[in-house]
Design a protein around this ligand. Structure first.
Ligand SMILES: NC(=O)c1ccc[n+]([C@@H]2O[C@H](COP(=O)([O-])OP(=O)(O)OC[C@H]3O[C@@H](n4cnc5c(N)ncnc54)[C@H](O)[C@@H]3O)[C@@H](O)[C@H]2O)c1
Length: 267
């Protein structure tokens, strides 16, 4: 259902959300749609219900330059412009740099783990952003939103590759804002902390993370009161609300920064 009377009105902005078929990306897409955006999602997988919250689904592997160029060309040919790109797709494989427990070498990072995580979390936002910039520069307007993670600034034991890609994304945010501000293009990041589970927090990833931290695989529904000042995991709609705000003209002077959305969790 669309919300025509709310404070945020995205006024038919054309917004491309990568990884919009599941988890946080799906919720972001739903909320953008509800606030009058025209949402295009791209993903490796097609969600059964994408028509409920998006105008177009394009199947694409965004680690491939050809696929990304085709994806953006299709959006431009259909709508004539692109107002906002949400670089949301991301992956994780919790791994130790060195398996000092010596009990399961599967959880020691390999070059393949590194390449996989860097390709989706760092290279794909580079490719997607480069592909939308010509249209945004021509329009003299646009917003790029990078979905980072609190781990990008805090670091994370057992997730160093993931953290490093998110730190790189934070740097992209700052640098791109400096390069493209002159074209009225805003670049912002958001950094969620611990949230309600998604596919990224699969049992396999929880098992891997538990191993890297010398814990049993039994902490999924932990009591977070000691870690998160607000005492609970984040809800996906809370992240989606922030994205709606950042994509809207209400955020017209916010650029070059990554906003933590973590219930106060930080060191
Ligand atoms: N889940 C969390 O607690 C959490 C915390 C902090 C940050 N984040 C970030 O939020 C974003 C969304 O994560 P999520 O938890 O919703 O994960 P998710 O696994 O539920 O969704 C990620 C989506 O990206 C898609 N995708 C992966 N590789 C792709 C590729 N090569 N091409 C196209 N699509 C691809 C997947 O198919 C999936 O639909 C990620 O950037 C993640 O790092 C998540």
């Amino acid at each position: 259902m669309k919300n025509n009377n709310g404070w945020i009105n995205l006024n038919e902005k054309i917004i491309l959300v990568t990884g919009g078929s599941s988890g946080i990306g799906a919720r972001i897409s739903q909320m953008l749609h509800r606030n009058n955006a025209v949402v295009v999602i791209c993903d490796l997988n097609e969600a059964d219900n994408w028509r409920d919250y998006a105008s177009l689904f394009i199947k694409a592997d965004i680690t491939s330059p050809d696929a990304v160029n085709k994806l953006v060309a299709e959006v431009i040919s259909r709508y004539g412009k692109i107002d906002c790109l949400v670089n949301n797709a991301g992956v994780n494989r919790p791994r130790l740099m060195y398996d000092f427990y010596g009990k399961n070498s599967t959880y020691q990072a390999t070059e393949a783990d590194f390449d996989f995580i860097v390709a989706v979390n760092q290279k794909a936002p580079f490719l997607c952003t480069q592909a939308v910039l010509p249209a945004m520069i021509k329009q003299n307007s646009g917003t790029i939103i990078n979905v980072s993670s609190e781990a990008g600034t805090e670091g994370s034991a057992g997730q160093s590759i993931y953290s490093a890609t998110k730190g790189a994304l934070n740097s992209f945010t700052r640098s791109w804002a400096k390069e493209y501000g002159r074209f009225n293009i805003r670049v912002v990041g958001i950094a969620p902390g611990i949230n309600k589970r998604t596919n990224m927090n699969s049992d396999e990833n929880y098992k891997a993370l538990a191993y890297t931290r010398g814990k049993q695989f039994d902490h999924i529904d932990d009591d977070y009161t000691g870690v998160i000042p607000l005492g609970r995991a984040g809800e996906h709609h809370e992240i989606a609300d922030l994205i709606c705000y950042l994509a809207s003209d209400h955020a017209s002077y916010i650029s070059g920064t990554t906003i933590n959305i973590s219930g106060g969790k930080s060191r």
